[in-house]
Design a protein around this ligand. Sequence first.
Ligand SMILES: CC(C)(COP(=O)(O)OP(=O)(O)OC[C@H]1O[C@@H](n2cnc3c(N)ncnc32)[C@H](O)[C@@H]1OP(=O)(O)O)[C@@H](O)C(=O)NCCC(=O)NCCS
Length: 176
Amino acid sequence: MGHRIEIMSGEHGRQRARHLLDTVWSAEVLAALPWKEVVWANAHSRILVFDGRDDVIAHAALHLRDATLDAGPVRICGVGDVATHPDCRGQGLAGELMRRAVTEMRDTHGVDFGLLFCEPRYAPLYKKLGWRAFDGEVHAEQPRQGRIRFGVIDPFVFDLMMAPRVGMLDLCGLPW
Ligand SMILES: CC(C)(COP(=O)(O)OP(=O)(O)OC[C@H]1O[C@@H](n2cnc3c(N)ncnc32)[C@H](O)[C@@H]1OP(=O)(O)O)[C@@H](O)C(=O)NCCC(=O)NCCS
């Protein structure tokens, strides 16, 4: 049977996607990640792919954020927690999700640019989908440390009204 895509609020979507997210990021997987101590932001909304049995088989979180680039205000849409169920990988679901994420950030939210963070092994996937490396500095907040340089994972930009490649980007909140 075919699949369908739905966009839900961050919290409702999190509940629907919980089984998928717990499968992809099990306690064992999380413990081995270099950013296991990072405190992440809550998503504004989530894009979910459902299979014919109404199970969530792929997921991406969207984060709308008023941030600053070189101290000037910018409106960003972040994409995080991109995940496809292990049994459904290699079928283009993440690509479909990411194209929908771009439609949302451009047409629904009218942001200046998209921003995601990814492990080096996934960079080819995002580059193929039109995302470009951001070579500037990223700062974010963490509960106990306050404002920190966020360099544990690589930033990628999707160009919309702006196409930043360098500069000082302050997320003005928790990262995603
Ligand atoms: C990354 C992930 C979401 C990809 O999901 P997927 O649904 O299998 O991806 P797709 O089938 O849509 O692949 C999209 C494109 O990326 C490529 N791709 C997929 N995984 C890749 C990888 N690990 N490395 C390089 N390219 C990859 C595919 O070849 C495809 O290119 P094509 O369209 O030219 O064939 C999935 O592997 C996953 O859930 N990983 C674990 C969670 C995770 O670490 N997510 C964080 C990513 S930053």
